[in-house]
Each structure stands twice: as structure tokens, then as C-alpha cells.
Design a protein around this ligand. Structure first.
Ligand SMILES: [Mg+2]
Length: 421
């Protein structure tokens, strides 16, 4: 049996944990730079706040009724981990599918509705986050069960999709409602007479393969209750890593661009080390603001080959700054800078070049980076950083606009919630 546990309105629920006064109230969370609505509480949905709506276009009368928060990534990341830790005690095999969803695999036996209720209560007690639980025989059907658990008030947040009930449930869903079928595949299916998820289940195997490739064929089999997608306990190492952010205000000079770039490249280097990879190629890009059509527009980018693949922060930052110098042009108001690293291979298997540093030096660099990562892990990000990067991206002059940021209640000593008598 597969269980899918999904946090309800996760970003909004996280904001409500230390603000019990917000329970049941309309709450929204905004994207980077307070741009668009990325999460809505149930009450905000009822009021008519649209998903992905640009916040500045939401009518003032409506906005006034809603509590607004900027995306608080440290808080969200910490609660994601807390929920996952609690769920890990319920199943031996668990896949963290996204920031707010996990698949759990169970041996046959228990009363599933009771287990689901226990999972809900335990996560709520341990973390304060409400979740919905769907049980079924495959991952794709567990997604369907979870959807029903959320939509049906009589389900009380738990739904067990028994085999006999599968067809009725699928007949009520469109093909696009099924996990893995996007809008484009949905259109292709409709054009071929597949109108419901039940039609998709009964699609002939050869037709499914022709219309949807092997991925779609697996989805069709999963709908029939034949497991094709296994629980992936270890996330596969990323093949490329990208960090790009918009600035809170436009930047014009080359010197002012250096600090955000060094900070983003440092973050990427840390991610590389975390997954044990080195990068063989790096791309840097700059953007002006496409939403300001009256301003001159330019989006230059350039990539370089790293003859010795690396995850050494100083080496990557140095090359990135060289590329930035070649990209920058005067007279533009820059809105965004980003970095992508590619051609990732596991550390210590990289091909060395004639101009590679001596092995002893590379080893010393590895130890220095390991020490830096440990210090930053213990004492907070940015405690140790390369000189050109910002110590704290949250207080730098180019920081994202986060006008409605809540405290980092659980990851910053100075922002702990206070309890008074
Ligand atoms: Mg969710």
C-alpha cells in the first residue's frame, strides 16, 4: 500500500503555526520580491484571491481583508524537514517528493483509515501543520486518493481508495487531473477521445505508448493498479544547479553587481559540495526588467568550460566575475543575475587537465571547504564567506523585496518567539 501525505496550503499553514490568531482567516504568501500569490489559505480561496495573481493587481478592498506574507524560505525549509522527520517514524520506505509531499510505502495489514487518522494527529501535534492522507495500491492512485481526501469534507482528511471504488473515482476526473499528465498531454488525449481519467486507465497499451511515450504508458498501468513507479528514497543527484534572483531595486554599475553574483555562486558551490559533485561548465547571465518596456532591454549570457571540474567556491567566484565583466554594458538597469553549473560529475572521479592544481593543493581546498560548510551549518549561513560575497543576503542593499516577512522563528536565535505571562 502507498500513502501520499500532503500538507494543506503548506506555506500559509507554516505562517499560522506561531500566529494562532490567523487560524481560519484569509492568508496569502507571495513569491520572490513579493510578486505573485503562491499560496492561499482556504479562507483566502473563498474570498476569491486567485492563484498566481500579481499582488499589485489584486483590488485594494480585497487585499485589505487578507494577511499577507513574503516567502520565508528558512521557516518553510525547517517545517518541511520537521514534517518529514515525523512521517519517517511511520514507514520504513519514504520518498520526499516535494517540499510538502511524501510517499510512504506500507506492508499489508493495518486499518488504513485508522493509520491515516493517526498520521494526521501526530503530524499536527509535532509540527502544527495540517495534512491530508491518501491511500491506494500505486503512487498515481495515491495521488488521486489524496485529492479526494482534500476535496471531500466527509473524508476528514483521510481517504482510502479501495480497488472496487477506483473506476467511479476516475470517471469523475479529467485526464489532466492525473499526476504526470499536463495540459499539453491532456489536449492530445482529448483529441484522441480520452475524456476522463477512466478512459486513460482503459487506454490500449500500444495507443498509450504512441500518445504519451513510455512515461504515459506507466501512468496508465498505475491507474490499473499495477505499480510501475517505485518509491525513491534517495533523490537522484541533480544534473545542473541554477540560482537566479531578481534584485529589490535595479543595479547599474558593474561593482554593485559583483556582490550578488558572488553570493549566488557561493550558494551554488555549497549545493555542489552537498551532493558530492564538481561542475565542468558554468554559465552566467544578466537580465534587465522585461516588465519595464520603456527601459532599454538586454539579456546577455556566456558560459565557460572549467578545465578542472570543481566545487571550490573561490575558483567558481573568480571565473564568474571574469564572465560578468565581459557581459556588463553601461546604460542599462539590471534586474537579475544568475548562475548555472552543468556537466556535473561525482567528486574525485573528475578528469584532471595539464593545468590542474597539484593534488595536495586540491585536497587542502577540499578540507577548507568542508570546514567552511561545517561552520556555516553550525553558526548560520554566511558566517564564513568569500570576501566578495555578502555575509547576509537578507540585509544587503540589493536584497529581494520582502516587505511582509515573518520572523525566522525556528532557525534564528534572535527571532525566537517570546512567551510572556
Ligand atoms: Mg500541499
Amino acid at each position: 500500500m502507498i500513502g501520499l501525505v500532503d500538507c494543506n496550503s503548506f506555506y500559509c499553514s507554516v505562517e499560522s503555526v506561531f500566529r494562532p490568531d490567523l487560524a481560519g482567516k484569509p492568508v496569502v504568501v507571495l513569491s520572490n520580491n513579493d510578486g505573485c500569490v503562491v499560496a492561499r489559505s482556504a479562507a483566502a480561496k473563498e474570498l476569491g484571491v486567485e492563484m498566481a495573481a500579481p499582488w499589485h493587481q489584486v483590488p485594494a478592498a480585497l487585499a485589505a481583508k487578507v494577511s499577507v506574507f513574503s516567502s520565508n524560505y528558512p521557516l518553510i525549509g525547517d517545517f518541511s524537514q520537521r514534517v518529514f522527520n515525523t512521517l519517517s517514524s511511520f514507514a520504513e520506505r519514504i520518498e520526499r517528493y516535494s517540499v510538502d509531499e511524501s510517499f510512504l510505502e506500507f506492508a499489508p495489514g493495518p486499518r488504513w483509515d485508522e493509520l491515516g487518522a493517526t498520521i494526521r494527529q501526530t503530524v499536527r501535534r509535532n509540527t502544527g501543520i495540517p495534512v491530508s492522507v491518501g491511500f491506494a495500491s500505486t503512487k498515481v492512485l495515491a495521488k488521486v486518493a489524496n485529492k479526494i481526501a482534500k476535496k471531500t469534507s466527509s473524508a476528514a482528511g483521510v481517504f482510502v481508495l479501495e480497488e472496487v471504488a477506483v473506476d467511479a473515482a476516475l470517471a469523475a476526473l479529467a485526464p489532466e487531473d492525473i499526476w504526470g499528465i499536463g495540459g499539453r498531454l491532456g489536449q492530445r488525449l482529448r483529441a484522441n477521445g480520452v475524456r476522463t481519467a477512466l478512459d486513460l486507465k482503459h487506454l490500449d497499451a500500444d495507443v498509450a505508448r504512441r500518445l504519451l511515450t513510455v512515461v504515459g504508458q506507466r501512468i496508465s498501468l498505475e491507474l490499473q493498479g499495477i505499480p510501475c513507479l517505485s518509491i525513491e528514497e534517495v533523490a537522484p543527484a541533480k544534473k545542473s544547479i541554477c540560482t537566479a534572483r531578481s534584485f529589490g531595486r535595479p543595479i547599474e554599475t558593474l561593482e554593485d553587481l559583483r556582490e550578488p553574483l558572488a553570493s549566488y555562486v557561493s550558494a551554488v558551490a555549497e549545493k555542489l559540495r552537498k551532493q558530492g559533485s564538481v561542475a565542468g561548465r558554468m554559465q552566467i547571465f544578466l537580465h534587465t526588467n522585461p516588465f519595464k518596456p520603456a527601459e532599454r532591454q538586454l539579456c546577455p549570457g556566456r558560459e565557460c568550460v572549467l578545465s578542472t571540474p570543481t566545487n571550490f567556491t573561490s575558483a567558481l567566484v573568480g571565473r564568474a566575475q571574469e564572465i560578468l565583466t565581459s557581459l556588463w554594458r553601461p546604460g542599462y538597469r539590471w534586474h537579475r543575475v544568475g548562475v548555472v553549473v552543468m556537466d556535473l560529475v561525482p567528486e574525485r572521479t573528475e578528469q584532471l587537465a595539464f593545468d590542474s592544481p597539484p593534488i595536495e593543493l586540491m585536497e587542502r581546498r577540499r578540507r577548507a571547504m568542508a570546514a567552511m560548510d561545517r561552520v556555516n551549518q553550525s553558526f548560520g549561513r554566511g558566517t564564513l564567506h568569500v570576501g566578495s560575497a555578502a555575509a547576509n543576503v537578507h540585509t544587503s542593499a540589493w536584497k529581494m523585496r520582502q516587505a511582509s516577512l515573518s520572523p525566522r522563528y525556528t532557525t534564528s536565535w534572535s527571532e525566537l518567539p517570546e512567551v510572556g505571562i
